[in-house]
Each structure stands twice: as structure tokens, then as C-alpha cells.
Design a protein around this ligand. Structure first.
Ligand SMILES: [Zn+2]
Length: 125
């Protein structure tokens, strides 16, 4: 699972203090959402609305944590602070492959069965 990274200066950063805890709740949830969806720090208006609403989004813009765009918001300096989408995709693929191999060992080797749809059974691992 990829992570949305939070700087260790966040707690008492002047932007955090300016935005307030309610808006920072929106910021964290939107950051996790953006990482999950690989939007590169873009938060569409509809998502910002669902996660916190316009008033809290405006507080993030006023605190320079977000930038206002025509159809949503952008995290400030996302690309410098978050892992890029390509690396997140690679990590997800690696996790998925590891999970599939684990399932093969547990359910196929463990039960001494062969599943014709399982790539690991075909390879004889
Ligand atoms: Zn298998």
C-alpha cells in the first residue's frame, strides 16, 4: 500500500496553525485519496466537497496548502513531497504479485491441488 506522506514539521507549521484542525482533516483525507487514485495531488471539487466542503477547502487555499484550480484543488508541492505515480504503481504491482504467490502456496501447494488458472501452478513453483 502506498502512503500519503506527512512532513514531521506539520504539527506546529505556520500553515497548519493558519488552516486549523478541521481543514487539516480535509487535507489528510484528500491526500490519502489522491495517492490512492494517483491523481498527483489534484482534488476535484466534488471530492473536496465530500471530504470537507468549500469553507474548509478555502482555509487550505488561504494557508497556501492548496492552490485553487478551475475544477478543483492542487496540493502545494505534491511532486516534491510525495512518491510519484510510477513508483506507486510499481509498488502496488509488487505487492499484488507477492500476494498471489502467497495465496498459491497456501491454497494450492498447502492443499496439494493444481489450479489451471494459477500462473504459479503452471510454473511449478
Ligand atoms: Zn497455484
Amino acid at each position: 500500500m502506498p502512503w500519503f506522506r506527512v512532513d514531521d514539521n506539520l504539527a506546529f507549521h505556520h500553515k497548519t496553525l493558519a488552516a486549523g484542525n478541521a481543514a487539516m482533516g480535509l487535507w489528510v483525507r484528500a491526500g490519502a485519496w489522491s495517492q490512492q487514485m494517483l491523481t498527483g495531488g489534484f482534488v476535484p471539487d466534488a471530492v473536496a466537497q465530500q471530504l470537507g466542503g468549500k469553507a474548509l477547502a478555502k482555509r487550505l487555499v488561504d494557508a497556501a496548502l492548496w492552490e485553487r484550480l478551475p475544477t478543483g484543488y492542487a496540493f502545494h508541492e505534491w511532486s516534491q513531497r510525495q512518491p510519484d505515480a510510477g513508483k506507486v504503481k510499481e509498488a502496488r504491482a509488487a505487492e499484488s504479485a507477492a500476494g498471489s504467490l502467497g495465496a498459491h502456496r497456501r491454497w494450492h501447494i498447502g492443499r496439494r491441488i493444481t489450479d489451471p488458472d494459477c500462473p504459479f501452478c503452471k510454473e511449478g513453483k
